[in-house]
Design a protein around this ligand. Structure first.
Ligand SMILES: [Ca+2]
Length: 427
């Protein structure tokens, strides 16, 4: 997907505005545009069109057009007369609508699905670096400040939360949020990504990689609203509401404290709709699906991906749904890891009616095991086409997890079936 990336950091005098992935502060504007489609334009009509020479200048005009909330652009390069190339500005993007129309010769750029955000607690506090200068490049801890305070309303409070990879980077210092250790009650520091010893998510996943060792050293938004990391989460310590409390790693038993649970972000909830069904007594693999589907839903939650890890409840089921857009054409491979039982359905199009059972299993904790147990399938998908995806799970006790991974055509790399390729199912 990331064919071209253009980084812009433009300095000028404007009032603060925050719009998806464009930060517009009085002295700073930050945006990162990616080429989303070639020979397509966004379905939304542009609010402005004009002749301009190059794409970078077109993007610049979008970033500076705060008054119209510009979010994405279409660009037509006139190869016979470059001075007649056309720029279109749009105040919608992929987060508003993931639909495009064919238009030969045009390219569509946007800033991607929303991920720039503050980390807000209980609508009262945000996390900022502990240093006086919130954009200090020195390694520092992160602490709570009052949401009404200036510190929560400047660029120093903003983080780039890559909701696919699970890495959180502080926007103005460029440092990643990195725990000192994965043990309970240790500080989370701002460090260079390269000097952070965690973030094992991208270690190659092989047939012998076990779910007990993989994929936990990343940040994810749990459906119980805490910020997952390793076997627990990260949270203020001591777990009380006071400015100056440091961000620390927390044992999962403490993740359910009020302060740890009340994390919110500036971006919209994740695309995966999760129906939580609690208090379902012990089920076998053959009985669980009917028990889960027929049980009343206790709560609807949202996740960024078909994935959760931290021990959540006991005796509960989930039905997780989203629409997947294939990022390329070819044969995709999907795998499921689950505790304790899970089934995965995938459609031939974006309707629920097209869904077909694809894979399922019980206590699938590694890929080697999963391949033997038939929790893997392959399917030819078309670039840009949308497909209905649904996972049904059941957990009786102890640990519980769900991972749906995929490998794109021609790739050996297994990646989460996540955020960047998903949008809510609204059918
Ligand atoms: Ca379990």
């Amino acid at each position: 997907m990331k064919i071209t990336e253009l980084f812009l950091a433009i300095f000028a005098q404007f009032n603060f505005a925050f719009c998806h992935n464009i930060l517009r502060f009085p002295d700073t504007r930050i945006a990162k545009f990616v080429l989303r489609h070639t020979d397509k334009i966004h379905v939304e009509q542009p609010y402005k069109e004009f002749v301009i020479i190059d794409e970078a200048a077109c993007i610049d005009r979008c970033v500076t057009d705060e008054a119209n909330d510009c979010k994405s652009i279409n660009f037509y390069k006139n190869s016979t007369d470059i001075e007649s190339s056309v720029c279109q500005l749009i105040n919608k993007d992929i987060t508003d609508s993931n639909n495009y129309n064919d238009k030969t010769g045009w390219r569509h750029f946007d800033t991607g699905r929303s991920r720039l955000t503050r980390i807000i607690i209980n609508d009262q506090y945000c996390y900022v670096p502990s240093t006086t200068d919130k954009c200090d490049f020195g390694s520092t801890t992160v602490e709570l400040a009052s949401l009404g305070n200036e510190n929560c309303n400047t660029i120093g409070a903003y983080f780039d939360f890559d909701r696919s990879s699970g890495i959180i980077t502080h926007v103005c210092s460029g440092k990643a949020l990195c725990p000192d250790t994965t043990s309970d009650n240790y500080n989370v520091y701002l460090k260079d990504l390269s000097s952070c010893s965690f973030f094992a998510l991208d270690v190659p996943i092989t047939a012998t990689t076990s779910a007990s060792t993989m994929e936990r050293q990343k940040y994810r938004i749990s459906f119980r609203k805490f910020l997952e990391f390793y076997k627990g989460c990260v949270c203020a310590s001591p777990r009380t509401y006071t400015t100056g409390r440091k961000l620390v790693t927390t044992n999962k038993d403490y993740c359910y404290d009020d302060i740890c649970k009340k994390v919110t972000f500036d971006f919209e909830p994740g695309p995966v709709n999760v129906q939580i069904k609690r208090w379902i007594p012990s089920q076998s693999y053959t009985s669980f699906e009917n028990a889960v589907r027929s049980k009343d839903t206790n709560a609807y939650k949202n996740l960024d991906s078909f994935m959760w890890r931290t021990a959540t409840f006991d005796e509960f089921g989930t039905v997780c749904r989203a629409i997947f857009t294939a990022p390329m054409t070819g044969e995709f491979t999907f795998w499921m890891l689950v505790n304790e039982h899970g089934k995965f359905y995938f459609g031939t199009d974006e309707t629920e009616a097209s869904k077909i059972f694809r894979m399922g299993g019980e206590f699938i904790g590694s890929f080697g095991e999963s391949e033997e147990k038939n929790v893997k399938f392959t399917m030819w998908l078309e670039k840009g086409k949308k497909y209905f995806a649904e996972a049904v799970t059941y957990d009786y006790s102890g640990d519980d997890y769900l991972y749906i991974f995929m490998a794109q055509p021609g790739s050996q790399s297994r990646e989460p079936m996540s955020f960047e390729y998903l949008e809510p199912y609204t059918g």
